[in-house]
Design a protein around this ligand. Structure first.
Ligand code: ADP
Ligand code: ZN
Length: 761
């Protein structure tokens, strides 16, 4: 038999009579956002040939009814058409590609990396406002005319005129100055403001602009200079490299980012800066704005139209800096020069819903593809990041000291097992003494308690029963002032019963301290102090974080009680005492990262103290003072914790040494959930035992479970999980793919696959 050596030869030797059949044409491969998993091929009619291109959406007929669906065109090829007839593309939705070729490549990679559907990934990387093809509202821009008026302008009018030196919408002017729309309308009528073109859509409000003006320091510290040089080297050579800034809080990491971004802009390139959550990091955003003026800040409060405007501004290449949370990593920068991830250890960089990607891995892919440096910064790098630095794959720059000579505060540990430390409720006598010391010296206090609500649970004194959410396997938390039970799993609010639901005894007591009770307790202990609380209950309204933090900075609050929200990258020079009310609250969760998280949280919050001239202290209350996570945080020696934790992870093949894929099965019917989890576990074990075609030995994959998940019931769904673990991530993913490819999910059961989960509950 003759073997063909390629297309060309095949073509040349084709008998003449087949010429008619071998039709030539253009074929588009499309991916549907949902429903169908597989990419599908469609014929591109002549009339649409110019408009169909990868990255645009097209309308295609689907199924027997040929119902029209919107789909992403991911590839176009021309040549010989396949034997079987193809349906034709019906229309083109977008007048330009929404996704550049590199983004298409990225989304394909993501779908493989996190076992997600390609269509789902495509939807996730495009903001809803960009996907919606509705008409945009044109909003007039106003600018001060400089005309003089007969009458002296009022104070409000003067503020508006001063603010309108550059074109802005009426809404922006109102936001900036606090003036009413009526004031602005009168100024237009008087000819003091005039129209200056239109904006496509209401722009992002700029009221936070230049609220704080951080000056550029005269000189970088030696450690900062070294770090900046480490980022400059790959920039200069036009190559990828990941540089990790491992620096204590206040060591000047942000200043290094700022200067690296400055050089990126000077080189005509764009920078993406990822932060854990915009509303929790107003200071970081302000510093970028203060340094660079116009910064595209992508925060979760943007309307779809605002998001679209930002997207197009970034895509036009006009925006030098993009600051945003996780999804800002997909900002369509045509001239990317640098990616920075601040507080890279934060869990919020991993998306909790499909596609369950991690922004750090996405950023690494992008930085490699674009040949630019990726900078990761943290006082407490994740163990994944640490391990890659220790392996020599990534470059670690240490910034061990605070700039400006302030020292890390001494940490005092209070052993909660000692009954005398509990004499007065949640605040031990030593913590109270510390608070008094700080307040007397005119300093401020931050108290961290990572549990919101008043009491953490309600228990029966007679039988010991704990009152649970009717829909979840979780204890109800008591919230004041209405004294209602709230489930932190599902949010269900219920009236607290007077009698025990189990034994009917009227002996229910509210136990455990949440932030509400702590607030009440410190108000009682320090009647003269101005106390505020910061947790998701008090911070629901838009802008409330900023208001509370501004008030704290202005010295209008003496004592701030809060959840982990207060542990984020905030810089308050007057904080003299940080108290960790219960350091081991999260230490015993059924999650292999519990110790890592605890050490990170305690280290981070401890770093908030003593940043100013007054110095500071930290008091950590704990029942396990000797636990490496607590003792290392107490010595500000995170690396000591890392070195004690890594061997434990290695012995069990936990990340960063192995990879985990977690399957979670949910059902209203407990047996159905258990059975399906059992079935999946069985399939995984089967596949783990067989030899894949490409391997010489079966992959070393361990399958754990099925077992009820640590939260065994949530929102009336029973939850079971199965975990597969292995050293080789590709082999592990392939195994999962083979094991789950042909599964027919039974009724009433839902299940998800989470690759490299950060959440094990
Ligand atoms: P980090 O991001 O590591 O917490 P920052 O960059 O916020 O540290 O720096 C802490 C404080 O020190 C900030 O107020 C910053 O403006 C200031 N700072 C940073 N670098 C220098 C420097 N080289 N000289 C003087 N002050 C600096
Ligand atoms: Zn619940």
């Amino acid at each position: 038999m003759r073997q063909s050596t390629g297309q060309r030869e095949l073509f040349e030797t084709r008998p003449a009579w087949e010429e008619d059949d071998a039709r030539q044409g253009i074929v588009a491969t499309v991916v549907l956002p949902d429903g169908v998993d597989k990419p599908l091929d469609y014929l591109v009619p002549e009339a649409l040939a110019a408009a169909v291109e990868p990255g645009r959406r097209v309308r295609v007929p689907l199924g027997r009814g040929n119902r029209e669906r919107l789909a992403y065109c991911v590839a176009v090829r021309s040549g010989e058409l396949p034997q079987q007839p193809l349906k034709s593309v019906a229309g083109v939705e977008d007048d330009a590609p929404l996704l550049a070729p590199r983004m298409l490549e990225l989304t394909k990679w993501m779908s493989e990396r996190w076992l997600a559907r390609w269509g789902e990934v495509l939807e996730a990387v495009l903001p809803a406002g960009v996907r919606a093809t509705r008409k945009r509202r044109a909003v007039p821009l106003l600018v001060a005319t400089g005309a003089s008026s007969a009458r002296k302008p009022t104070a409000a009018q003067a503020r508006v005129i001063a603010a309108a030196t550059a074109p802005a919408t009426a809404e922006e002017l109102a936001d900036l100055t606090g003036a009413s729309r009526a004031v602005i309308a009168r100024l237009v009528k008087a000819g003091l403001l005039a129209a200056a073109g239109v904006a496509d859509a209401p722009g992002p409000t700029r009221n936070a602009r230049a609220r704080i003006s951080h000056d550029r320091p005269a000189a970088l510290s030696p450690a900062q200079s070294q770090a900046l040089e480490a980022i400059r080297a790959p920039m200069r050579d036009g190559r990828y490299e990941t540089v990790v800034l491992f620096g204590v809080t206040g060591s000047g990491k942000t200043e290094v980012y700022l200067q690296a971004v400055e050089e990126t802009i000077a080189a005509g390139r764009q920078a993406i800066v990822l932060v854990p959550e915009i509303s929790l990091t107003p200071q970081t955003c302000d510093r970028f704005r203060a340094r660079f003026g116009d910064v595209a800040v992508l925060h979760s409060h943007l309307t779809p139209a605002e998001r679209h405007t930002q997207w197009r501004e970034i895509a036009s290449g006009r925006v030098g800096v993009v600051v945003g949370a996780r999804s800002a990593v997909f900002a369509p920068t045509p001239r990317l020069g640098l990616v920075v991830i601040d507080e890279e250890h934060e869990n919020s960089f991993k998306q909790a819903t499909a596609p369950r990607y991690h922004a750090r891995d996405v950023a690494e892919w992008i930085a490699r593809a674009e040949r630019v440096p990726l900078v990761l910064g943290s006082a407490t790098p994740s163990l994944e990041t640490f391990a890659r630095c220790l392996a020599g794959e990534w470059t670690m720059c240490r910034l061990p000291d605070r700039v400006g000579g302030s020292h890390l505060p001494p940490v005092m540990t209070v052993d909660l097992r000692d009954p005398s430390s509990r004499a007065r409720g949640a605040v031990s006598p030593r913590l109270a003494a510390g608070i008094k010391w700080a307040l007397d010296a005119g300093g401020q206090v931050m108290l961290l308690l990572n549990r919101r609500g008043f009491a953490t649970h309600v228990q029966c004194r007679a039988c010991g029963h704990t009152v649970r959410c009717p829909q979840c396997d979780l204890a109800l938390t008591v919230h004041r002032p209405e004294n209602r039970g709230i489930c932190h799993g599902c949010g269900l609010v219920s009236r607290l019963a007077h009698a025990c639901p189990a034994c009917a005894a009227p002996n229910l007591v509210q136990r455990g301290t949440g932030t509400q009770r702590l607030e009440e307790e410190v108000r009682g202990l320090f009647p003269g102090a101005r106390v505020a609380r910061m947790d998701t209950d008090t911070m629901r309204a838009r802008g409330s974080h900023e208001r509370t933090l501004d008030a704290f900075r202005a010295g209008e609050i003496d004592l701030l009680v809060g959840t982990q929200m207060i542990a984020k990258g905030l810089d308050f020079p007057s904080v003299m005492l940080v108290g960790v009310v219960n350091a081991d609250a999260a230490l015993h969760l059924a999650d292999f990262r519990a110790a890592e998280r605890t050490c990170q949280l305690v280290t981070q919050v401890a770093g908030r103290s003593g940043r100013g001239r007054l110095g500071g202290r930290v008091v950590v209350q704990t029942s396990t003072p000797d636990h490496p996570a607590i003792s290392a945080a107490g010595r500000h020696d995170y690396e000591a914790f890392v070195r004690s934790e890594l061997p434990l992870r290695e012995a069990l093949l936990y990340p960063p040494f192995g990879h985990i894929v977690r399957v979670v099965v949910r059902s209203v019917d407990e047996q159905a959930a258990a059975n399906w989890a059992e079935h999946i576990a069985g399939r995984l074990r089967q596949e783990a035992a067989v030899l894949p075609a490409e391997a010489t030995e079966p992959p070393a994959v361990r399958v754990l479970g099925p077992a009820p998940a640590p939260i065994a019931r949530l929102r009336d769904r029973f939850r079971y999980h199965v975990q597969a673990m292995g050293r080789d991530e590709t082999a592990l993913r392939n195994l999962i793919r083979r094991a789950t490819a042909t599964l027919q999910t039974p009724d009433k059961v839902a299940w998800i696959v989470d690759v490299d989960p950060v959440e094990m509950l």
